[in-house]
Design a protein around this ligand. Structure first.
Ligand SMILES: Cc1cc2nc3c(=O)[nH]c(=O)nc-3n(C[C@H](O)[C@H](O)[C@H](O)COP(=O)(O)OP(=O)(O)OC[C@H]3O[C@@H](n4cnc5c(N)ncnc54)[C@H](O)[C@@H]3O)c2cc1C
Length: 438
């Protein structure tokens, strides 16, 4: 049974509490013309706008809602970038050279975003916690050793394999067969990071316009005429930065990126001795099982924030909270009777390749498909997309050498397949993982 605190916020991210203390930058009026129009004001779009302005372009950013109400203020704040796929799976899809380059780009991507944070003086509770990938089965632990070898050989990312003994110093549970420690991964406050990017853009005079959903666009010899809820704007180029919230008219992208919800619960404040017992290492944690959980402490170290795929479709938040709570208690039975203060959801923008993509179609550039790992990759590839649009050499990235694929399961713009996928995962895949995880 899941219990909520009396003031529990159902549907409001825990992170938004901190934003109440500071005023948001004012949203701007829509200019009539810009060199580059960015659609979507999350990490991708704001970083793209800053990069384009750095190249000397006039820029505006439009968002369908209040800037930041997408995934960028809803996520788990686990900060680090490494391809989700193994080197061999990347090599099979894109060739060994591109796989090498994608692995090698993980460290520079992280450094780029750390520099962005420093350069703009963004205060976002950055903590150098490291992140542990938790091996759900014995075979996952064996695969982690191979992955660690590939990472050491092909990138500058520091990596350590943890056996069960080493794991007991990090987390108190019998659930995992080992872990992989990404020592240079960090924790951030995602909403403060977003607010800092928005403020940086506003201070540089970039027009960031809320409630300006794009409903249509037309190409002309000079670029684009774009219809928004705030009026029309012309732009020579566009960067599309809508990820898991992509809508029509962007049919081509909608066929390649689909909204996969992720859910997070926050506990009430817990006694410090309980927190110290459950997670002595105070790391970011993410599992290897198919419908994986990810969890961390709040920046003040007082709460557990526990995320996962309670469903692959949108379900009532009370249902999601119950499922997340059950999963959390399988790992930490000590939390059975604690109360929840928050539950919320957001759309991850999933690609069938499980990795982000960047590309262009005659002046319309895009960066999306972060597949649940976007705190680094979204601002990084957002900037790359803008540099490419401006013809700046800083736009070079191996992600441009990958193909943003369609899948026969998703023939239209609506992800109907998620209903069947949810059933499949919740019955067969979960049962398999539960058996193998014993
Ligand atoms: C619950 C959850 C947990 C996550 N945890 C992590 C984590 O711990 N670590 C990590 O690295 N990543 C995590 N992610 C992923 C990460 O949050 C995203 O990859 C990242 O925020 C994507 O940023 P974005 O700017 O591309 O998209 P978003 O922040 O989603 O912004 C897209 C914007 O586009 C706008 N938009 C859409 N259509 C239009 C239109 N037609 N006109 C105008 N605007 C439009 C939307 O309103 C929205 O504001 C998580 C995601 C979720 C949902």
């Amino acid at each position: 049974m899941v219990n909520f605190t009396d003031e529990a916020a159902i549907g409001t991210p825990y992170w938004w509490e901190a934003l109440r203390e500071t005023a948001a930058p004012e949203t701007a009026d829509l200019p009539a013309h810009v060199d580059l129009l960015v659609i979507g004001a999350g990490y991708t779009g704001l970083s793209a706008a800053l990069a384009a302005q750095d190249c000397g372009a006039s820029v505006a950013v439009v968002d369908a809602g209040e800037p930041g109400t997408g995934a960028s203020t809803r996520n788990g704040g686990m900060f680090g970038a490494h391809p989700r796929l193994s080197w061999s799976r990347l090599a099979a899809q894109f060739g060994p050279g591109t796989a090498d380059s994608l692995f090698a780009e993980a460290a520079p991507a992280r450094d780029f975003v750390l520099d962005l944070i420093t350069r703009h003086g963004i205060s976002c509770d950055l903590q150098e916690t490291g992140r542990i990938q938790l091996a759900w089965t014995r075979s996952h632990a064996q695969a982690q050793s191979r992955l660690a070898d590939d990472i050491r050989a092909k990138s500058d990312v520091p990596i350590d394999v943890l056996d069960r003994d080493a794991m007991s110093r990090e987390i108190t549970t019998e659930r995992y067969f080992g872990g992989l420690l990404f020592a240079d991964h960090c924790a951030i406050h995602p909403a403060k990071f977003h607010r800092g990017l928005w403020r940086a853009a506003a201070q540089k005079g970039i027009a960031v316009c809320g409630n300006a959903a794009v409903s249509a666009y037309e190409r002309s010899t000079k670029g684009f005429t774009v219809r928004t809820a705030c009026g029309d704007i012309t732009a020579e180029k566009i960067v599309l930065a809508t990820n898991g919230y992509t809508t029509l008219p962007f049919r081509w992208h909608l066929a390649r990126v689909f909204p996969l919800p992720s859910y997070i619960i926050a506990t009430e404040e817990l006694p410090s001795n309980l927190i110290g017992h459950l997670a002595p290492g105070r790391r970011m944690m993410v599992e290897t099982r198919a419908r994986h959980s990810y969890f961390r402490l709040s920046p003040d170290g007082k709460r557990v924030l526990f995320g996962g795929r309670a469903s692959m479709r949108h379900v009532p938040l009370e249902v999601a909270a119950r499922r997340q709570h059950e999963t959390m208690c399988e790992i930490w039975p000590e939390l059975e009777d604690i109360r929840l203060s928050h539950v919320w959801t957001g759309n991850t923008g999933y690609a069938f390749t499980e990795m982000p993509h960047i590309g262009e179609d005659t002046g319309l550039y895009y960066a999306m498909g972060f597949s649940g790992s976007g705190t680094v990759m979204a601002p990084y590839l957002g900037a790359k997309a803008a540099f490419r649009a401006m013809g700046d050499a800083r736009g070079h990235t191996a992600y441009a050498d990958t193909r943003f694929k369609r899948h026969w399961l998703h023939p239209t713009t609506k992800p109907h397949f998620l209903r069947a996928a949810d059933l499949w995962y919740r019955t067969w895949v979960d049962t398999r993982d539960r058996m193998q995880g014993r």
